[in-house]
Design a protein around this ligand. Structure first.
Ligand code: AMP
Ligand code: TRP
Length: 332
């Protein structure tokens, strides 16, 4: 059976982009694939985290997966650091990854900013750890938002480099799955910036735990332009804020963009925004409530993570042993 691996960092502020770009798509895929969904805490540590918040955010992402509809009996849900193979394989893959490949990564350049000399080694090797996550389980498919495309291409290149170096077909080349009408959800305040957990403006994003009033307020305050909505997708060109809201509506409703514009073309944002906010409340409200409910039962969440780590660990250990053989690492 084809295997899926994907993950979200426990860095707080889970938002509509995480939901529409990633988690929501996983829910549908769990019936057709053998699925492993990770809370990538080691990746989160590439940026300073407060210990108490990291712990809480790890549980929050777990609750989000389950509340969104991922079945912890069917899928493996665990936190990355609980399976030591991720770190070990990241080292092994780092040894065959040329610096030139890492130097092309745009996310590193963005996150490191102008003071690149001060950026940590972990931030630089972040994509190698991501390749290790995927390859440790020999995953064949990786459902993510569009921003992860370059990292996935690198994962494929690293898998290929390993296979060539050891003259084997041990690793499948993982396929990205970038699905839905909202693969890149933009900030509600700026149609040229990605919706992000770290944006200082709370109005830039809709969080998965926002209540109905907060969602309505954020949609009402979302930046738009003074024109009515166009009646076909072509009319959204050069209107990034309008395009973003239409994409969100399409993704949440399961309609195509054209169908949305067919319904709202010619209408003003004053008519579209209330419809969008009702839709967002209808779709996200129950998930947020379920998250809050689940998070009251730490024992339940921790039990799911513990069981997930055991199941993931079993697969990882078997693959690591095979890799030791291939590489020539002696286990006397
Ligand atoms: P992160 O929050 O960086 O751990 O991302 C977790 C998942 O959400 C990845 O699959 C990302 O591609 C996806 N994601 C994050 N932000 C967005 C966004 N603004 N639009 C669509 N997908 C996103
Ligand atoms: N880098 C991903 C992100 O920030 C998270 C991630 C880590 C991931 N390891 C992964 C996603 C493996 C898919 C597969 O969004």
């Amino acid at each position: 059976m084809n295997r899926i691996f994907s993950g979200v960092q426990p860095t707080g502020n889970l938002h509509l982009g995480n939901y529409l770009g990633a988690i929501r798509n996983w829910v549908a895929l769990q019936h057709d694939y053998d699925c492993i969904f990770c809370i990538v805490d080691l990746h989160a540590l590439t940026v300073a985290q407060r210990p108490e918040e990291l712990r809480a955010n790890t549980r929050e992402v777990t609750a989000a997966y389950i509340a969104a509809g991922i079945d912890p009996d069917r899928c493996i849900i665990f936190n990355q650091s609980a399976v030591p193979g991720h770190s070990e394989l990241a080292w092994l893959l780092g040894c065959i990854t040329p610096l030139g490949w890492l130097n092309r990564m745009t996310q590193f350049k963005e996150k490191a900013g102008r003071h690149r000399e001060n950026a940590g080694l972990g931030l630089y090797s972040y994509p190698v750890l991501m390749a290790a996550d995927i390859l440790l389980y020999k995953a064949t498919h990786v459902p993510v938002g569009e921003d992860q495309k370059q990292h996935l291409e690198l994962s494929r290149d690293i898998a290929g480099a390993f296979n060539r170096q050891y003259d084997t077909e041990f690793f499948p080349l993982p396929e990205p799955q970038i699905l839905g009408e909202a693969t890149r959800v933009m900030s509600l305040r700026d149609g040229s910036a990605k919706m992000s957990k770290s944006d200082p403006s709370a109005y830039s994003r809709i969080n998965m735990t926002d209540d109905a009033d907060t969602i309505a307020l954020k949609v009402r305050k979302a930046k738009t332009d003074p024109e009515p909505l166009p009646s076909e997708a072509k009319g959204l060109e050069n209107r990034p804020e309008a395009a973003n809201l239409v994409n969100i509506y399409a993704a949440l409703s399961g309609m195509s963009k054209d169908a949305v514009l067919n319904e709202f073309g010619g209408k003003m944002f004053s008519a579209f925004k209330p419809a969008l906010s009702d839709l967002a409340v209808a779709k996200l409200g129950p998930i947020g409530q379920e998250m809050t409910h689940l998070l009251k039962d730490r024992g339940l969440i921790d039990g799911i993570l513990r069981k997930g780590a055991e199941r993931a660990g079993e697969i990882a250990r078997a693959h690591m042993a095979q890799m030791h053989d291939i590489i020539g690492i002696l286990r006397p």
